[in-house]
Design a protein around this ligand. Sequence first.
Ligand SMILES: [Ca+2]
Ligand SMILES: [Ca+2]
Ligand SMILES: [Ca+2]
Ligand SMILES: [Ca+2]
Length: 294
Amino acid sequence: MKGYRTFRALSALGLVITAMTVGAAQPTQLAFWDFNESNPLDQAAMLTPEAGVFAAQAQISIALAEFRFNNNNNTGFVGSPLDPGTDGRDWALQTTEYPVQGQNPGQAGIVVSVPTTGYENIVVKFDVRWSNTASRFLAVEYTTDGGLNWTRVRTLQARRGDRWHGDSVANGGYGEIVQVDLSSASGVSNNAQFAFRVVTIFDPNTGQYTPANAPNSPNYTPQGTLRYDLIEVLGTPIPSGPPGDVNGDRCVNDQDLLLILLNFGNPGQGDLNNDGTVNDQDLLIVLLNFGQGC
Ligand SMILES: [Ca+2]
Ligand SMILES: [Ca+2]
Ligand SMILES: [Ca+2]
Ligand SMILES: [Ca+2]
């Protein structure tokens, strides 16, 4: 036991140095779409996520509008300027045929369903492009009951038409993708019924749909398009016990320390900060919480 204690003491000593490099935990990608399919006319492939721990369960659907996959010349629709692309391709998800003027505000648009089971600190990201005659105003809403009730968390407003939110400010965008932090939203964590949607809403000043490029394009039209890219849902794993409880017995003790040391340098059990490797940072989490819950 003396040797073991000595080893622990030396490990703790080493952490005085490594503690300076401890960073924030990286979120886990629950689902991600970049739509950069080799065949953008393949509807199933376009709607299937590219990555994420819930890629097999995640879905995109649409309400009171339609998807478009063929951009006239049997090509796709060009994607976000913030997408680095895949093998030189950058496609996106096109939508059109929205409600006529005065009808169905807050109901038409894409619905992105992604389970958050086992995860918290949920963050939603996407980029969107308005055509000239699409609704200037959009709302981002989420549901925790599979779509029975929706809570609005953000409204978006086009600065002009034929631009991505992610286009530069100088070019009529906002210079960044849309990001909605749902960390403090009740019921979003650990919920298989979570979804978010982006819907067209009336101009609050007129009570009607206003076109994105008003006043140059004076009329809103249902054929105006909204295009989506870089859709992503992120979260952090919900700890099963106190921080540092590797084996899940809700007590941070020698057993957790041993698992860290046995798996040191490898992925897997003991990667408490979810950065892909069992390392000094995980060891520090165990030592800082040593004795918790015991
Ligand atoms: Ca896909
Ligand atoms: Ca893309
Ligand atoms: Ca434990
Ligand atoms: Ca780690």
